[in-house]
Design a protein around this ligand. Structure first.
Ligand SMILES: NC(=O)c1ccc[n+]([C@@H]2O[C@H](COP(=O)([O-])OP(=O)(O)OC[C@H]3O[C@@H](n4cnc5c(N)ncnc54)[C@H](O)[C@@H]3O)[C@@H](O)[C@H]2O)c1
Length: 299
């Protein structure tokens, strides 16, 4: 086989000269030309296998997590939905052929039970942290200072809960046989654009999401030797039950503030990015804003 030309030169040759292209599942393409020359190159490095592998989705009973669980299941993944909403979570898991585990992500035993369940189903390849709460309270409001318990609760669920799931899922993934690329698993958490441009009343929420942004790189570095990637998505304004609980005018005003496309994001927009992160193994230790270019004003 000749390797004297670059892959680009090879691809530029006319199709009239082409006899056949053979594609291997390993990601190798072999091109045979009319003049008898043969070229081979890798057309992809790695695609994480979704089919039959196991994925934990926290907050999978609603919104972004539900959309992610649905898309993973459509691609043949075994989904473990970890959520506090038992009825909804069980119904979605049953529909998707997955499993529901009641879980408060901030609870050590609950999180360990989710990971153990996932491992009992096969190879735990991914964790998608979508569980979270949205809270709003001013640092000093009409009734006095921000309640400390409210601040602590938001940090505990959104930040500590995400890390709790990450540490246990990563431990389980570290026992996986690595893929040909050395990869053992992928962790994806959900921050928010409020990590960067938090609005009035979002001190606790922004701090919890800023914590997720801040730990993205060090976790990726910690886990690099184990072949486990860690990524974060920072959504803008998405149409989910969390958002639909707001008055319609507020929702419309928020959607109008998105430069392009001027609409609320959908769970499918989010889920498609999850799939891309799983698929693209150069993505690691980074936060991706998924926001239609919105930058939130103070209120
Ligand atoms: N919707 C948006 O506009 C938006 C924007 C930016 C970030 N986010 C973030 O995306 C994530 C998903 O939000 P969503 O809009 O899908 O909300 P959602 O309310 O539709 O879903 C959140 C899910 O998390 C679950 N949950 C809450 N606390 C939990 C806990 N302690 N343990 C386990 N599960 C728990 C809820 O039961 C619910 O099913 C959240 O972290 C949220 O902060 C949402």
């Amino acid at each position: 086989m000749t390797r004297d030309k670059t892959d680009l030169d090879v691809l530029k040759r006319g199709t009239q000269e082409l006899i056949m292209v053979l594609l291997w599942q390993s990601g190798t393409a072999i091109i045979v030309w009319l003049d008898g020359s043969v070229h081979s190159f890798l057309f992809r490095k790695a695609i994480m296998q979704i089919k039959n592998n196991v994925f934990i989705v926290t907050g999978g009973a609603s919104g972004l997590g539900e959309g992610t669980a649905r898309l993973l299941a459509q691609h043949g993944g075994k989904v473990v939905i970890a959520d506090m909403q038992d009825e909804k979570g069980q119904a979605i898991a049953a529909e998707l052929g997955g499993v529901f585990v009641h879980c408060d992500v901030a609870n050590e035993d609950n999180a360990a039970a989710v990971v153990a369940k996932a491992q009992s189903l096969g190879k735990l390849s991914g964790l998608v942290n979508c569980a979270g709460i949205a809270t709003a309270e001013r640092t000093v409001g009409k009734t006095g200072p921000h309640l400390l318990a409210g601040f602590q609760r938001t940090i505990n669920i959104n930040l500590v809960g995400s890390f709790n799931m990450i540490r246990l899922a990563a431990q389980a993934m570290s026992t996986n046989e690595p893929e040909a690329t050395g990869e053992r698993g992928v962790l994806i958490s959900t921050a928010s654009v409020a990590a960067y441009d938090g609005q009035i009343g979002q001190a606790a929420y922004s701090a919890s999401k800023g914590g997720i942004v801040g730990m993205t790189l060090p976790i990726a570095r910690d886990l690099s030797k184990l072949g486990i990637r860690n990524m974060t998505i920072a959504p803008g304004i998405f149409g989910t039950p969390m958002m639909f609980s707001m008055p319609k005018e507020v929702q419309e005003a928020l959607a109008a503030g998105v430069p392009f496309p001027s609409r609320l994001g959908t769970p499918m927009d989010y889920a498609k990015l999850v799939m891309h992160i799983l698929d693209n193994d150069m993505l690691n230790g980074e936060v991706i804003r998924l926001d239609g270019a919105i930058r939130l004003p103070p209120k």
